[in-house]
Design a binder for this molecule. Sequence first.
Ligand code: PHE
Length: 452
Amino acid sequence: MATKSGEGFSSSFGAIMAAAGSAVGLGNIWRFPYICGKYGGGAFLLVYICFVFFIGMTLMMSEFVIGRRTGEDPMKAYPKLRPHKPGWRFVGLAGLFTCFLILAIYLVISGWTLNYFWESLNGTLAGIADGDFGVHFNDFASSPFRPVLFIVLFLVFTTVVIIGGVEKGIERVSKLLMPILVVLLLVLCVRSLTLDGASAGIAYLFQPDFSKLTGEGILAALGQALFSLSVGMGVMIVYGSYLPVDDNILKTSVWITVCDFAIAVLSGIAIFPAVFACGQDPTGGPGLVYQVLPMVFNSFGGVGRLFSIVFFLLLSLAALTSAISLLEALTQWLSNEKISRTKSAVLMSVAVVFLAVVASFSFGDGIWSGVKIGGMQMFDLLDKLTGTILPPICALLTIIFFGWFMKKDDIIDELSNHGTVKIGYFDVFYYFLVRLVAPAALLIVLISGLIN
Ligand code: PHE
């Protein structure tokens, strides 16, 4: 319990569940399959693996070190480690700003998910004809009221958990939901793999087609790796500040990364074979899980409704534990400014709901769909900023701070729990990653992706 407020995770297991809960979310189940489909299936997967394990995991450890070392929120953590250079707080600020934007778009998609869960439960989806799912999705997502209702409902769940506290709210909910999520996902995988024609989906996911992997695709893989692991914007600094003092940061980070990666791949295994088995288009884009999957579920006959309920419940739970971490980052910062935790959580929720509603109104044929910034609708702009552009920029600044401005002795001391945990030659390897490999890779991919 490193923080001033005395809040913290009670055990390493609780910390892993909470941080994995943050990492595993819409990014894994909604975003990963459609991005992977767009940029060449297996080819994308190969690049993605490298980014996840070499850059994403490195950043996660770095953020944990910064968080636990200081016990502060991201805005205060950087200046605390470099007291005579207060300008570094802007890196923390950029991260929190990114969290705010991510939470807004996250709420919109979580709202859709909750609605689809509800429509699976009450049988609406089961009654829709195959050719009508696209229209159904667009009509719903572009309408002014229904999406907002579900956005608010989802946000209320999120806020209630945050008000419950770090240990009694976040940790407890994550410990309960994460295992449920894994079981639900495995059920779906088994069903998908046993469909006739499933092998085409598996081949699609694992056989590389390098012709589709452009510079833009590589940047998308990097953005996705960072987004999916929740690194780069300070959320893991926040969770790092709640890590138990004797937690082995290296081990914890490996667990979270493996878990996040496995769940992304399992989502691909749950989705692609089913999509292929039903002759649907795997490059369906953001609508893939809302327009294609319900059709796939209906083709299963009676049990399809059950699978639909399971899938959208799974997606809602995954989204909830991630939204919790985003709101926690914003709440921790505000409550360090001498505002109570409850008030901070409510204020932040109210602020973010406005942006979420704007994004929702501007989606598809929504009532504000004509409003464009730089030729893009608000929703698309937010998706691009939060999924592809801002995470690599924030991550680059974080890793430069870590590798070049933080004292190496402090890093090793924190990683090894003051010398009580053996890290072997890992320090040499790790330092090489944080000083050279990660910044160079981030810079190159960012520049080449942006000018492409
Ligand atoms: N990692 C989450 C996901 O994959 C999204 C997220 C990003 C959560 C950044 C917190 C911070 O859905």
